[in-house]
Write a protein that binds this ligand. Structure first.
Ligand SMILES: [Zn+2]
Length: 370
């Protein structure tokens, strides 16, 4: 393993943050796999899991079993990790700009597409290499004026030409689930079966330029721009949600790391035979994940739990007004899998409280939360 560090330019005099990437295997070997955790820096399940995974990869490398190249960024967001306000971690948004750390990644397609005009061939693999090189050049042309922008570019500098990109997050209270583009459904299925993911939320473009999509959306855009030239489906990229924010313990993380080793073996980044231990997850459109909202402010009590299959209109819990004692139900907006609940047990009227994923897309436009 070769560690590599990258210093971010300091916005504030005297304060600087450093990124670390652990590199396994031979530079340039394929498949190239990139894993990071803690981009939302208050989400620790993935950070602990990558600690366990690093130990397993150390052993695999010592045994000569790393056949691809594996890059592991154990804490993708040291800026957010340092943000605490009133004794609570605030790792989701940059406190200066209130920008979500997982939005606003550069769209490399326009510049890469311009560079590819007249250069694509009739060979899909050759075109894939040309596209990868054009994306590298487009990324190199991006300029950062803030530390957060520099963070985005530094992470993509390691990840942008990978064959598989796993950005590991977690939800509030949730079952293991993931977000992916429709580009590589066989890998989506494999990752579900390797990790035990109950649900894959699939969408080509969700809005907001999240990290995972910054790797797949340009390939889709370039396929649309150059319809007369064959092009491979490009990389697999996902946001893997390792359950909820408090699902952080060594036994769970060790199990998740072992499951990721199964995935890495199945895609050929590690030698050996892999046997995913889980059944297939549900594959639903992201637009089919509908939110329930608080009917009033008050205290939230749930009678359903993440992982429950629910019927449309089913009572999932209640919000009780503590002064009037009025108790109103929270009902399922569609039939499907209740896959997440909000962290807090108090709410204001109109706030989102939970999501149910169903098979029919019920919304479009910007599909991700802020
Ligand atoms: Zn997150």
């Amino acid at each position: 393993m070769t560690p590599e560090t990258r210093d971010l330019p300091a916005d504030s005099p005297g304060r600087a943050h450093r990124l670390t990437c652990l590199r396994y295997g031979s530079p340039g070997a394929r498949p190239k796999v990139y894993l990071q955790a803690g981009l939302h820096a208050d989400e620790m399940p993935g950070v602990l899991t990558l600690q366990h995974l690093a130990g397993l990869l150390d052993a695999a490398e010592a045994a000569g079993q790393v056949t691809g190249e594996i890059l592991l960024v154990p804490l993708a967001n040291p800026i957010g990790f340092a943000q605490w306000v009133q004794h609570k971690p605030q790792g989701r948004q940059d406190l200066e700009s209130m920008q979500n750390f997982n939005r606003g990644y550069p769209d490399l397609a326009p510049r890469a597409g311009d560079a590819l005009e007249g250069r694509l061939t009739g060979d899909a693999d050759q075109n894939a290499a040309l596209v990868r090189a054009a994306l590298t050049e487009a990324l190199a042309a991006e300029r950062a004026t803030t530390e957060v922008q520099a963070l985005r570019l530094a992470l993509m500098g390691w990840s942008h030409d990978a064959d598989h990109v796993l950005d590991i997050h977690c939800d509030h209270h949730a079952v293991l689930h993931l977000y992916a583009s429709p580009a590589r459904p066989e890998v989506t299925d494999l990752l579900c079966r390797a990790t035990g993911s109950a649900l894959a939320l699939v969408q080509e473009v969700s809005g907001g330029n999240a990290f995972d999509e910054a790797h797949t959306a340009p390939w889709a855009a370039l396929r649309r721009r150059f319809p007369d030239h064959p092009l491979t489906s490009g990389p697999f990229s996902t946001t893997l949600e390792l359950r909820g924010q408090f699902d952080v313990d060594d036994a769970t993380a060790a199990g998740d790391a072992a499951n990721l080793m199964v995935f890495l073996t199945a895609i050929g980044a590690l030698a050996g035979q892999a046997a995913p231990a889980h059944g297939p997850g549900l594959h639903y459109p992201l637009g089919g994940a509908l939110e329930c909202f608080a009917p009033q402010g008050g205290v939230v009590s749930w009678q359903a739990a993440p992982g429950d299959m629910v019927a449309e209109g089913q009572v999932l819990g209640h919000v009780t007004h503590p002064m009037t004692r009025r108790r109103l139900p929270v009902t399922a907006p569609c039939a499907g899998l209740l896959f997440r609940l909000e962290l807090w047990r108090s709410c204001l009227a109109g706030q989102g409280l939970a999501h149910v994923a169903g098979p029919e897309p019920g919304r479009d436009g910007h599909l991700l939360s802020d």
